[in-house]
Write a protein that binds this ligand. Structure first.
Ligand code: SAH
Length: 361
């Protein structure tokens, strides 16, 4: 993104007011502009027809109004889930997913272009991190989807590509903007941030006075198994991660979600269910079981239905709430980062050095 103009959609209303004052304008103009950006979802200063032409020109000189361009959409024939591929102003592409539930429409957004966490089963991380997304680029995933579907978005999950805690400031700014008024005013209780377990990030988030849900990607009942799946487990021990989660609950009163992707023969036997039940006993939260979504580059296999049911049953009968996540959009490359990856391979071949056989798994 060009650096000399200010990214207007990432500014809070008080920040925009200060900018307008500096420009010699009245502060009420800031509110009008803010409403254009965050309620009417304008994509160009020229759409702001209650501002003079002169002011619109001055705005365009001082600010940049970034928008994402939809380059592809895949619609699931099974459940109507839509997967969007957006192009950013610097040419990078990201993906976002729109899902319909009985409780409303949910958008799963990316927080980074790629990811550097290296989780073994995840497609988003195969080519590493390209860059962080700005708050406006996170907002625009929701705004564009609401424009394209013409339906109100009620829930947002930060479970697309990227590690939110690795882009902390922009993520928190995004949450405040999307839940604020004026703006889409999406309830913080309907916003979920998923993390691979970066302890200082969880501790910081606990102090932000937000009412969002924290989801922890657990995926294993002990450090040894977790380290085989998630490199971040070498950095933070489960004991400390769970301590940070406990503290998050105490500070915010928000129950946690523990995500557990079931991989056949790796983390899905009943002994592991037992270990998990002991690990989480007394924690305020529930387990979300996700049969792992296999990616081409790795040979991890989904646990079969029976193993998933038994694992869930074991947890339930040992005092741990557990649900099996409905798999949305299976037929459209549902797993994190898969659509972007296949797009890059098709449209920009040669950009992915990761084509070699992976024998280390
Ligand atoms: N970086 C964050 C959020 C992004 S991923 C995190 O680690 O939580 C959102 C969730 O999907 C995480 O729990 C992640 O571990 C999981 N996930 C990624 N790829 C998957 C796959 N192929 N199958 C099942 N779950 C996957």
């Amino acid at each position: 993104m060009e650096s000399n103009r200010i990214d207007i959609k990432s500014l809070s209303l008080p920040e925009l007011e200060r900018e307008l004052l500096e420009m010699g304008e009245k502060t009420f103009r800031a509110k009008q502009i803010y409403q254009w950006l965050h309620e009417k979802l304008a994509t160009d200063f020229d759409q702001m027809d209650n501002l003079s032409k002169y002011l619109r020109r001055k705005l365009a000189e001082r600010f940049v109004l970034t928008t994402l361009w939809p380059v592809d959409v895949k619609i699931s024939q099974i459940d109507g889930t839509r997967k969007y591929l957006f192009r950013l102003s610097d040419g990078n592409v990201i993906e976002s997913v729109w899902m319909q539930y009985h409780h409303g429409n949910s958008v799963c957004i990316s927080s980074q272009v790629g990811c550097r966490m290296g989780c073994r089963f995840c497609a988003s991380t195969l080519d590493g991190l390209a860059r962080n997304l700005t708050a406006s680029e996170m907002l625009d995933q929701v705004y564009q989807i609401q424009r394209l579907t013409q339906e109100r978005v009620s829930h947002v999950v930060l479970m697309g590509s990227g590690e939110p805690m690795d882009n902390y400031d922009n993520v928190v700014r995004f949450i405040r903007l999307i839940s604020g008024t004026p703006g889409l005013n999406i309830s913080q209780r309907n916003i979920t941030v998923s993390t691979c377990g970066i302890v200082p990030g969880i501790e910081r988030l606990a102090k932000e006075k937000l009412q969002i849900t924290l989801a922890l990607s657990l995926h294993a009942p002990n450090d040894a198994v977790r380290r085989t799946l998630m490199p971040i487990a070498n950095r933070y021990a489960l004991k400390d991660v769970l301590e940070a989660c406990r503290n998050y609950f105490e500070k915010t009163g928000r129950r946690l979600t523990f995500e557990y992707s079931l991989v056949r023969g790796v983390n899905d036997n009943l002994q592991e269910a037992g270990e998990l039940a002991r690990l989480l006993s007394g924690m305020h939260g529930h387990v979300n079981l996700i049969p792992v979504n296999p990616i081409r580059e790795r040979d991890y296999v989904q646990s079969d239905r029976k193993a998933v049911r038994e694992f869930q049953h074991y947890l339930e009968t040992h005092g741990i709430n557990a649900t099996v996540r409905r798999e949305m959009g299976r037929d459209i490359n549902g797993a994190c980062g898969q659509l972007r990856k296949s797009y890059l391979e098709e449209k920009e071949p040669g950009k992915n050095p990761e084509e070699k056989e992976d024998s280390g798994v």
